[in-house]
Design a protein around this ligand. Structure first.
Ligand SMILES: NC(=O)c1ccc[n+]([C@@H]2O[C@H](COP(=O)([O-])OP(=O)(O)OC[C@H]3O[C@@H](n4cnc5c(N)ncnc54)[C@H](OP(=O)(O)O)[C@@H]3O)[C@@H](O)[C@H]2O)c1
Length: 301
């Protein structure tokens, strides 16, 4: 039997590279939609003109301009790019799905927990309303709205927490300062830090593809709720380093702009209620185990 075809928007990035690896190991034929040409890539322009490759069984979108890029100023133009790169790619994929004669079984979109208003007292599961009050929650609304598909294609939206993996995201940014003993809690350290290990996020995407009953919003977070201070302690311990130099909120506001810095200085208490109800089993449900897995200076591959 021919391998099932999966199309991954932004499949060349941090999460996408790992997803490609686990899907290919399971014998799927993975094609990335990318701005860069490569043997297993198609372009966004060809997706718009030619539609989805024939016999596509699943579509995933991971595309988006990285907003925690410290080399980029938080200008109106950059903010627009952060939004457009998510909303337009999601619209292109959902339109291609809608126009397909033989529709794929599932469309999985990975967004973020920024859908929920940062708070030290509210507790959120997948039934909690998204507020749309700050830049990120407004972006989330538009982004998720762009993922409109009809039956028989199932729509799964995974609202991911901070992804813990050695090769990208927060850990890649933090490993050097922590390794040299210059790490510490951010702001008060009391803000919640919704997190998920990259292995679990990519397995959750695979689970969503393979289980016909899975649909709707899933909180892509580990069941263990932690604060930034707890993460700091755990990561420093895994590296056998002290982490006592706090990063003051005002310095991040100055460096990154307050609107963007809130992704670090504020947080949400988020639980994966529906994920657990579906019976998904986490490989890393504990931050100490997740930190141990990524606490090595040189990437393993
Ligand atoms: N990493 C995290 O901690 C985290 C947490 C929550 C949510 N998420 C979300 O999960 C998704 C994947 O995250 P990631 O960490 O894997 O991101 P990433 O490493 O930055 O990769 C995203 C991919 O998006 C594509 N891309 C970048 N800028 C683009 C643009 N302007 N227009 C079109 N495509 C663009 C790139 O692919 P090409 O260069 O091949 O075009 C890139 O490989 C993102 O939407 C992110 O917001 C990530």
């Amino acid at each position: 039997m021919a391998a099932k075809k999966i199309i991954v928007g932004g499949g060349t990035g941090f999460v996408g590279t790992h997803l490609n690896k686990i899907l290919r190991a399971r014998n799927y034929d993975v094609i990335n939609v990318s701005r860069m040409p490569a043997a297993k890539n198609i372009s966004w322009t060809s997706l718009d003109s030619d539609g989805l490759p024939s016999n596509t069984s699943a579509v995933v979108n991971l595309a988006g301009q990285q907003f925690m890029d410290f080399t980029k100023m938080w200008t109106p133009g950059f903010k627009q790019n952060v939004l457009n790169s998510r909303v337009f790619t999601t619209k292109s994929l959902s339109k291609a799905i809608r126009q397909c004669e033989k529709k794929p079984d599932v469309f999985v979109l990975v967004t973020g927990v920024g859908a929920y208003e940062p708070s030290e007292s509210n507790k959120y599961d997948e039934s909690s309303p998204s507020t749309g009050t700050d830049f990120f929650s407004r972006l989330l609304r538009e982004w998720e709205k762009a993922a409109e598909v009809d039956a028989p294609t199932r729509l799964v939206i995974i609202r991911s927490g901070v992804v813990i993996g050695r090769n990208g995201g927060m850990i890649k940014n933090m490993i050097l300062p922590f390794f040299f003993g210059l790490g510490g809690p951010i702001a008060s350290g009391k803000q919640y830090l919704p997190w998920i290990h990259i292995e679990d996020l990519t397995r959750m995407i695979q689970y969503s593809i393979e289980n016909e009953n899975v649909k709707g919003i899933l909180n892509g977070v580990a069941p263990q709720v932690i604060t930034n201070a707890e993460f700091t302690k755990s990561f420093a311990k895994a590296l056998s380093r002290p982490a006592i130099i706090p990063v003051p909120e005002f310095s991040l506001n100055l460096l990154l702009n307050e609107e963007r810095a809130m992704m670090l200085t504020k947080g949400q208490y988020v639980v994966p209620k529906r994920v657990l109800e579906y019976g998904f089993k986490y490989k890393y449900d504990n931050i100490n185990d997740a930190c141990k897995e990524v606490a090595h200076l040189f990437p393993k591959e």
